[in-house]
Design a protein around this ligand. Structure first.
Ligand SMILES: N[C@@H](CCC(=O)N[C@@H](CS)C(=O)NCC(=O)O)C(=O)O
Length: 227
């Protein structure tokens, strides 16, 4: 199979992490990106979004698109280790928190913090740290406190296992980290510890190492804003 999509997309990252947890092998094409879609890619995903997955790399008419669909497919393809809780309540919670990560968290991290820094630097402009800091404060009003509260004193977001909820949330928070924003210890200690717990897993450690190398290769120099 072939996974398509630029590596800094948090949705591509989510799929890469799930595949790594499950030891799945696949070809990877990092070229499709929102910066310019090719005709071939639009045939694969008319919604013009990454990631896309071709179960058979030679059949472009038969894709599985959207990170949630791809990750759910991976779970069926390789059930071990399970990344979706077996318990009904924990399963429902995992899907809900995945949805929070993929929608509101993704939009706010992407548009309000990641873009003003990363896209500016890529366009040879100065990083707009002021806007990014304001964006981080917007995130800190409702969404981050909500996630901090939902995690509570637990290690993981849904039940007592590492799950798709943790992967989806950490995949978005990685884009804050990559542009210099750690979770402030004094405001979001549980989220900070959760992110560190996630990064201690080989799948996420490998992913951030690859992403950091990609950022470095792109010539982007990131200042730490919150450490
Ligand atoms: N719900 C989709 C969202 C995918 C998504 O929005 N990907 C972004 C890249 S991070 C994209 O392709 N955006 C297209 C655009 O902005 O034109 C998923 O989970 O895969």
């Amino acid at each position: 199979m072939k996974l398509l999509g630029a590596p800094l997309s948090p949705f591509v990252r989510k799929s890469v992490i799930v595949a790594a947890e499950k030891n799945l092998e696949y070809e990877y094409d990092p070229r499709p990106s929102p910066l310019g879609w090719t005709e071939d890619f639009i045939k694969i995903n008319p919604l013009k979004r990454i990631p896309a997955l071709l179960p058979d790399p030679d059949n472009m008419d038969f894709a599985i698109n959207d990170s949630s669909a791809i990750c759910a497919y991976f779970e069926k393809l390789q059930p071990e280790p399970a990344l979706y809780p077996g318990d009904a309540l924990a399963y429902g919670r995992a899907l809900w928190l995945e949805e929070v990560a993929d929608t509101d968290l993704a939009n706010k991290v992407g548009m309000l913090v990641f873009r003003p820094v990363f896209f500016n630097i890529m366009a040879n402009k100065e990083a707009d740290i002021k806007s990014a800091k304001e964006g981080f404060e917007t995130l800190s009003e409702v969404l981050l406190p909500y996630l901090e509260g939902q995690l509570g004193d637990a290690d993981w977001f849904a039940g007592d296992m590492f799950s798709i909820a943790d992967i989806a949330i950490a995949s978005q928070l990685m884009n804050l980290d990559l542009v210099g924003f750690a979770m402030p210890e004094d405001r979001f200690p549980r989220l900070r510890a959760h992110y560190a717990r996630c990064l201690a897993r080989p799948s996420l450690a490998a992913c951030i190492a690859t992403n950091e190398a990609f950022v470095k290769r792109s010539g982007v120099k990131i200042e730490r804003v919150i450490d």
